[in-house]
Design a protein. Sequence first.
Length: 142
Amino acid sequence: MADTLTKPTLETIPARGKITSAAGGVVKFAPSDTNYVLHLAAQDVTGPLNMLIEGAIRVVARKVYTVSSGGNFITPIFGPPKTIQGRVRALSDRSMIVQAGMPVHVELPAESSAVELANGAIGVGSLVNVVALPGATFELAK
């Protein structure tokens, strides 16, 4: 892993977009300038609906790979995020923010065997692929 740089925070690198619906503790979040509609757990978020807002998309990584090439994306396009690929924008000892069409706050796995560094160490600017555990969340910016 790289040295500790900037601690990822909601205030420094938020995701921008619209909540298109909120029910049963799940929001459908449509990030700006994308075709994504991410289904994210958000217990206390009920809106505002269809207005530009800022918040944090958070996932816990099951596995992280450094990759040599590819684009910035999340799969699936509609539903809960399962795979996130993009460039690291900020990094701390236990988390990073990946720019994957929108910033995604990623909690790194605790086990060192769950981080594959075949294409170099993780650092700001590195291209990474994250396999996320179920349960991605959304936190509305204050």
